[in-house]
Structures are given as structure tokens and as C-alpha cells.
Write a protein that binds this ligand. Structure first.
Ligand code: PMP
Length: 472
């Protein structure tokens, strides 16, 4: 990363720090953060890094240390940090004198983004699709999708899956006084019916594989058709094609097709949340492409903004029956994000980075499976493209009746710490936070992939040694 000069130089320029005391500066920043920021802060707890510069996959901390970033803004940075095409796009808007804040008014920048996005979508959706620009977080786009479906169907039930993650918003609309807005959008009152997601390693039916997925589909259809099943007719089914926060759990293609048929046959809109899986991450541009299903609504955020905040839904025009203002928001026109997003979508497409994610991801998965053969604490290795999960388990505990070991959250946290010591940033997720997650940028080189695997292997080895030392 020759382009990056020392972090302490940057700090010196930015805040008058002395070039020699980057480490002390970093410690001070971390200490003040711990004192002043909320107890709800998340990544900052397990990753005590003070990033000051970044390029591609490499992040440099204020202390001068460099890290390979396999968190990528929780899957946002398809092109890594500060990719030249993204920076150029942002500078282009800044230099043009265009307004940065425009509510949801029409602009050339938005027009270009919409065109670029529609070019990437399944033609059956894009051909008759409408786009709603949302407030710039994935969670708001999920809210929009639910409201759209409740309005279109006149129903308020929602089908969702065990292990799902769709966001954090809950109460703002409920607290809003405008009854007209609330009447039109009953999504916040939705009754959730929780369905089993096919999770091969910890199959809720104890059989795993295709059979486990088939039983999950059967359960879904049976519940919907049972007049005494206790399920209100749903406004929508909401699912992730690969669960991210749930622990990197890819749904089998056949199961996704079954969900598509089950919902289509019963007039239930299918909403696919592509917030994390989108823009090449899983080895196809959109995760739905692998199974060939076409959702009625697609939810998109993270990578579509090219590292800046942006969230949209695209849906079949027949669903477009909501009222003007049904899903408003002040910040739905982020011009910089749209420009950065357009550049990212085009770059991923032009360079077939989805295919690259597929091939390098497959190689990384196979190497990790090799590693699992030597480490009993790796219970499962799974993923699609560059969305990879390594489930850490307690190898000394009794497996359950179906062969799965219990989760090992402390060991997983130790592995994360050891990885950081070796200059590798990884995330934990999944049940009990025991899945080590790799979400590198799609631009990862073969050498970087090799370094990631080496550092992770070293971290697992070191964490196991510490754990067995503590147990002795
Ligand atoms: N859906 C999915 C699948 C996600 O992974 C996330 C974030 N991890 C969200 C929705 C929520 O997005 P945001 O954090 O931007 O609100």
C-alpha cells in the first residue's frame, strides 16, 4: 500500500498530533470513545482500531498498524475502501456544483443511478419495476417493503424466518401522530409468523441437506393452508437468499424456488432482502439469480451506495398502490451516494467481479474446509462467493443427536482478537456470535486471499492454544 504515508502524518495534518505519538493518540481516541459513546456501540467494542487511512482492502490505524479488512463495512465495500472510480465519481459531483441535498427531486445523478441499477436487475423485475428511494439505511428500505406489501394486499401479517436479520427500526412510525399516514401503512403492526430457515449444520428437523430444506418448505405450505394453523393471511414473505447476520447460511436453490412457488400460488408478495448479498457479493450480481427466482420486491442498500449511505426498493409495478408520502424521509436524495453507487455498479458489471467473487470465494471455501480437517473447533465452513462463514464450536463437548457440536462464542471471540493481532479484521455473527465471518471486497487479490487464510489459520491455532492452556 505504497500510496499510504504514515497514519501519524495524517493525524498530524488533521488534528495537530505529533508525528511520533500515533500510538498514544490512538489510545486517547479509543479511551474518549469508550467514555463518551453509547453502551450500544457495536463493532468498536471488539475491534479497537482507529482507522485514519484506507485503500482497497487495507486499513491503516492511527497507531500505524495495517490491517486486511474482511469486514468491509459489514459487507458494504464491494470495491474496498476509496476505490479510484468511486472517488472520481464523488469528486465529479462536488466539482460540478450540483446540489448535495435535493429531497427526492429528479436529478441527472439520480437518473443515471436508476438506469445503472435497473440494468443489473433481473429483467422480469426491471422491465416492469418501480423504484422507491428510502432513507439511507437497509432497515428503512425493509420498512418500505413491508408497508408497500401491506398496502397492496390489505393484509398485515408477515412471514419471516428464524435467523433472519432485517434491521433495527421499530417505533418511530408508531409514535407518529398523523393517523392518515399510519392508516395507510400498517407494517409496524405486522404479526410475524416465524418459519424455519434451512440451516444444514443445525437443521431444525435434524436431517439437514436437501431433505431438511424440503421439510422447511413443507412446513411453510402446510401452515399457510391449514385453516386452523393460527396464521393470519400474510402481506408478504420476507427472506434473505443467504442469511448474513444469522451466520452466513445459504438457502438451497431448490428451497428458494419452492418459496417462490408457495408465495406465488397463494398471492403472497415475495420480498427478498438483498441488502447484504447484493452487488456481486455471493458470486452472482444479485443472490436471487443463482436460483433464478424473481422476487416481487427487492430490498437493496449497503454496496449500492459505493460506500456512502443509500437504500432503495424495486418492486413490480402492480404493487404500486400506496399514497404519495406513504414512505417519506428527508435524506432520500444523497447525490454523492448515488454517484458513488453508479460507479460501483458499473465497475462490478464491467469487470465481472461477481464471477471473480464466485471463483475466489470457492477457492477460499475449499482451503477453509481443508483447515477444518485439522481443527475440530471448526464445526462448519459455508458460504457463497465472498460471503463466508466459519462456525466455531466446542469440540470437547458432546455433539447433539444429529452430530452438531455446541457453539463456542468465547473461542470465536478469542479468534477474532488473535486475528486482529495478526492484522486481520473479521466479524463475528450467527447464533451465539460464534461464526467467524469473512466479507472481503470483491477486488481481493489472490495474494490477499492467501494472507487472509494464513492469518486466520494462525489466529485459530493461537486461540486454541490459549483456550487449552486456560482449561489445563
Ligand atoms: N437486511 C440485511 C440482510 C442486513 O444484513 C442488514 C444489515 N446488516 C440490514 C437489513 C439492515 O441494514 P442497516 O444496518 O443499513 O439498517
Amino acid at each position: 500500500m505504497a500510496a499510504i504515508s504514515s497514519a501519524s502524518e495524517h493525524l498530524a495534518a488533521a488534528g495537530g498530533f505529533d508525528g511520533r505519538n500515533g500510538m498514544a493518540a490512538a489510545e486517547g481516541i479509543l479511551r474518549r470513545q469508550a467514555q463518551r459513546e453509547s453502551a450500544a456501540r457495536t463493532y468498536a467494542r471488539s475491534l479497537p482500531v482507529v482507522p485514519v487511512r484506507a485503500r482497497g482492502m487495507t486499513v491503516e490505524g492511527a497507531d500505524g498498524r495495517r490491517y486486511l479488512d474482511c469486514l468491509s463495512g459489514a459487507g458494504t465495500l464491494a470495491l474496498g475502501h476509496n476505490h479510484p472510480v468511486v472517488l472520481e465519481a464523488i469528486r465529479g459531483v462536488l466539482d460540478s456544483g450540483a446540489p448535495l441535498h435535493v429531497l427526492d427531486l429528479a436529478t441527472p445523478v439520480k437518473d443515471a443511478f436508476t438506469t445503472a441499477l435497473f440494468e443489473t436487475l433481473p429483467p422480469a423485475l426491471a422491465g416492469h419495476g418501480r423504484i422507491q428511494f428510502c432513507s439511507p439505511a437497509g432497515t428503512d428500505a425493509v420498512e418500505a417493503a413491508i408497508k408497500l406489501a401491506t398496502t397492496a394486499t390489505g393484509r398485515d401479517g408477515l412471514l419471516a424466518f428464524s435467523g433472519a436479520y432485517h434491521g433495527m427500526t421499530a417505533a418511530a412510525l408508531a409514535a407518529t401522530g398523523d393517523t392518515a399516514v399510519r392508516a395507510a401503512v400498517r407494517g409496524s403492526d405486522a404479526q410475524i409468523t416465524r418459519l424455519p430457515y434451512p440451516y444444514d449444520y443445525r437443521c431444525p428437523f435434524g436431517v439437514g441437506g436437501e431433505r431438511g430444506a424440503e421439510l422447511s418448505a413443507r412446513w411453510t405450505a402446510h401452515l399457510l393452508d391449514d385453516p386452523k394453523g393460527g396464521v393470519r393471511p400474510p402481506a408478504a414473505m420476507l427472506l434473505e437468499a443467504v442469511q448474513g447476520e444469522g451466520g452466513v447460511i445459504p438457502a438451497p436453490d431448490g428451497w428458494l424456488r419452492r418459496m417462490r412457488t408457495i408465495t406465488a400460488d397463494r398471492g403472497i408478495p415475495l420480498v427478498v432482502d438483498e441488502v447484504q448479498t447484493g452487488v456481486g457479493r455471493t458470486g452472482t450480481f444479485w443472490a436471487v439469480e443463482r436460483s433464478g427466482i424473481v422476487p416481487d420486491v427487492m430490498v437493496m442498500s449497503k454496496a449500492i451506495g459505493g460506500s456512502l449511505p443509500l437504500a432503495v426498493i424495486v418492486y413490480r409495478e402492480e404493487l404500486d398502490g400506496w399514497l404519495p408520502g406513504a414512505h417519506a424521509g428527508t435524506f432520500r436524495g444523497n447525490q454523492l451516494a448515488m454517484a458513488a453507487g453508479t460507479a460501483t455498479l458499473r465497475f462490478v458489471r464491467r469487470n465481472a467481479l461477481d464471477e471473480r467473487a464466485d471463483s475466489i470465494g470457492a477457492r477460499m471455501l475449499s482451503r477453509l474446509r481443508g483447515l477444518a480437517a485439522h481443527h475440530a473447533c471448526i464445526g462448519d465452513v459455508r458460504g457463497r462467493g465472498l460471503m463466508i462463514g466459519v462456525e466455531i464450536v466446542d469440540a470437547d463437548a458432546e455433539p447433539d443427536d444429529y452430530g452438531a457440536q455446541p457453539a463456542a462464542p468465547h473461542l470465536a471471540a478469542q479468534i477474532q482478537r488473535e486475528a486482529l493481532r495478526r492484522g486481520l479484521i473479521i466479524e463475528l455473527g450467527g447464533r451465539h456470535g460464534s461464526v467467524a465471518r469473512l466479507l472481503p471486497p470483491l477486488t481481493i487479490t489472490d495474494e490477499q486471499a492467501e494472507a487472509v487464510l494464513e492469518r486466520l489459520a494462525g489466529a485459530i491455532e493461537a486461540a486454541r492454544t490459549t483456550a487449552s492452556g486456560a482449561a489445563a
